[in-house]
Design a protein around this ligand. Sequence first.
Ligand code: FES
Length: 105
Amino acid sequence: MLALDHISEGGFAEIEVVLDGDAESLILYREGGAVRAWLNICPHAGRRLDWAPGEFLRSKDGLLVCAAHGASFELGGGECVAGPCRGEALRAVPVVVRDGAVFLA
Ligand code: FES
C-alpha cells in the first residue's frame, strides 16, 4: 500500500485506507525496517493529529504531538503521556512490511 522508502527513518507518513468498509486516515511511523500504524484520530477530541495531511508535529523529546490541543504520544505503544488525554492511547492498526512496502496485516 505504501513503499517503505516514502517514510524517512524515524519519520511519519499519512495514508488513507479502508478498514471494515470505512475510509480511515492512518499515521505510519518508521523505525528502521519496521513500521507502526495508528488511526489518525486523537483520543482527546477525535481530531486528526496532523496539521496538514501527512505533516505531524514532534516534540524535542521525540513525542508525537497532536496539532489540535497538544496531546503528546510516545511512539512505542501510542500512549498519551502528556496533555488532555493523558493515559489514553492511539488505536493501533496492525501492519506488516513485505518486499519493501507497508501493508495492512
Ligand atoms: S484533539 Fe488532540 S489534543 Fe485535543
